[in-house]
Design a protein. Structure first.
Length: 400
C-alpha cells in the first residue's frame, strides 16, 4: 500500500476488501477488533484523498440478503472509529452501491452491504464468481486486499477481483504475514503451540504440519476429549468426534516417535450439562482426573493441575502460537483454563502470537491488555492454513 500511496490516490476509487466479520449480539458488536485492525489502511487512503469503498462478508448468509447478517452495524462502528460519517450502501453491486460510490468525494469512505448476499461471492463455479468480480470491479479503480481473516477463501472479492484491478496489500495483511513468517521460517526455540477450540477436525491439518516443527503442543478445549478418548480414556458425554479417533491415535504415536511433546490435560472440570451462557447461572462443576470423567458428565474446561502444567510448558518458550480457547470461557465457571494460558503467554519472555477468532475475542473479553501480546491475529482459519503451509488464494492474488 505504501507504493500505492506514493503513486498518489487522490480522487481514485479504492476498493478495500476488509474482514469486518465481527461477533454480533443482535445488532450490537461484542468485539470490534477486526474493525479497528483495518483502520490504518482506511485512514491512510482517506487522508491521501482516495474515495474508499470498504467491502466485507459477515457470517454465512445463503447468497441472498438477510437482515441478520447486515454490515450496517459494522459500518456505523467504522464511522465512529474514524471520527466521521461513513456512507452505507444497502446492496453490493446494485443501485445503492453504484450511487453511493458515485457520490463519494475525495477522502470519503463508504461501506457496501455484505458481499455474501450475492451468490457469486462464494460460488464454486468460476464463471459465476468472475461475473460478480466484474460487477465489483466497476465500482473501483484500484484494489487493496486487507481482509486477512478471509485470505484462505477462494471467493470473488478475495481471489477474482484483484486480477481485474491494480492490486496492493494493505497494512493489516502485511503485518499478519510478517508475523506468521516468524513462525514458519527459522523459528526461535522452544516453539510451543497451544491448541483448543471445539472441533479436532479443524485442527488436524495444522497438527500434522506442527508435528515436524513445534517442540511442544498443548491440547485443550472441546477437542481434547477426542485425544483423551484416543488414549483409551472414557470421556462421559463430553464433546467427541469419534470418527477422528484413529487419526488422533496416529498423531499420538507420531509425536512419541518424533520427540514432539504432545501434552494432554491431566484433570478437567466436569458437569452434567453445558452451562447457560445467557444467564451465566452458577454451573457448580467438579474437578476430576482426565481418566476419570463420569459417564453422565462432560468436560468443559481444563482443571487446576493442567493449568499449572501448561503454564510450566509455556514458561521457557521462545515462540508461542495459541489458537482456540481451553474451555467454555464465555461462562465464568469455565474461564480459568483460557485465562491461565493467556496469562502464561503474557508471562513468557518469548514472542507470543494469538491466532484468530475465538482466542483473540477471549483475550479481549476476559480483560487482558491485547497490546501485551506479541501479536493478536485477526485470522482464525487463515492463520491456521498459513501455518499448514497452504497457498492462500487471497495472498496469491496479491503476490504478483
Ligand atoms: C473468519 O471469521 O474466520 C473469517 O471472517 C472467515 O469467515 P468464514 O469462515 O465464514 O469464511
Amino acid at each position: 500500500i505504501d507504493a500505492l500511496l506514493a503513486e498518489g490516490v487522490a480522487g481514485k476509487r479504492v476498493f478495500v476488501r476488509a474482514d469486518l466479520n465481527v461477533p454480533l449480539d443482535g445488532t450490537m458488536i461484542t468485539d470490534d477488533g477486526r474493525i479497528r485492525a483495518v483502520l490504518p489502511t482506511v485512514k491512510a487512503l482517506a487522508d491521501a484523498g482516495a474515495r474508499v469503498v470498504v467491502a466485507s462478508h459477515l457470517g454465512r448468509p445463503k447468497g441472498a440478503p438477510d437482515p441478520a447478517f447486515s454490515l450496517a452495524p459494522a459500518a456505523s462502528r467504522l464511522g465512529e472509529l474514524l471520527g466521521g460519517a461513513v456512507a452505507f450502501a444497502s446492496d453490493t453491486v446494485g443501485e445503492s452501491a453504484t450511487t453511493t460510490v458515485a457520490g463519494l468525494g475525495d477522502g470519503d469512505v463508504a461501506v457496501i452491504e455484505n458481499l455474501r448476499f450475492n451468490p457469486g461471492e462464494t460460488s464454486k463455479d468460476d464463471a459465476e464468481r468472475a461475473a460478480f468480480a466484474d460487477q465489483l470491479a466497476a465500482l473501483a479503480d484500484v484494489y487493496v486486499g486487507d481482509g486477512f481473516g478471509a485470505v484462505h477463501r477462494k471467493h470473488a472479492s478475495v481471489f477474482d477481483l484483484p486480477a481485474r484491478l491494480p492490486h496492493y496489500a494493505g497494512y493489516l495483511i502485511a503485518t499478519e504475514v510478517g508475523v506468521l513468517k516468524k513462525l514458519t521460517e527459522d523459528v526461535k526455540r522452544p516453539y510451543v503451540v497451544a491448541l483448543g477450540g471445539a472441533k479436532v477436525s479443524d485442527k488436524l491439518a495444522v497438527i500434522d504440519e506442527l508435528l515436524g516443527k513445534a517442540d511442544r503442543i498443548l491440547i485443550g478445549g472441546g477437542m481434547a476429549y477426542t485425544f483423551l478418548k484416543a488414549k483409551g480414556y472414557e470421556v462421559g458425554v463430553s464433546l467427541l468426534q469419534e470418527d477422528q479417533v484413529p487419526a488422533v491415535q496416529e498423531y499420538l504415536e507420531r509425536a512419541e516417535k518424533s520427540g514432539v511433546e504432545l501434552v494432554l490435560p491431566v484433570d478437567v472440570l466436569v458437569a452434567p450439562e453445558f452451562p447457560d451462557l445467557k444467564t451465566k447461572a452458577p454451573a457448580n462443576p467438579t474437578t476430576v482426573a482426565a481418566d476419570a470423567v463420569p459417564a453422565d458428565q462432560q468436560g468443559l474446561d481444563i482443571g487446576p493441575e493442567t493449568r499449572k502444567l501448561y503454564a510450566s510448558k509455556l514458561a521457557d518458550a521462545a515462540t508461542v502460537f495459541w489458537n482456540g480457547p481451553m474451555g467454555v470461557f464465555e461462562h465464568p465457571d469455565y474461564a480459568e483454563g483460557t485465562k491461565a494460558v493467556a496469562q502464561a503467554l503474557l508471562d513468557s519472555p518469548g514472542f507470543t502470537v494469538v491466532g484468530g477468532g475465538d482466542s483473540a475475542a477471549a483475550v479481549r473479553i476476559l480483560g487482558f491488555d491485547e497490546k501485551a501480546f506479541g501479536h493478536i491475529s485477526t485470522g482464525g482459519g487463515a492463520s491456521l492454513e498459513y501455518l499448514e503451509g497452504k497457498t492462500l488464494p487471497g495472498l496469491a492474488a496479491l503476490e504478483d
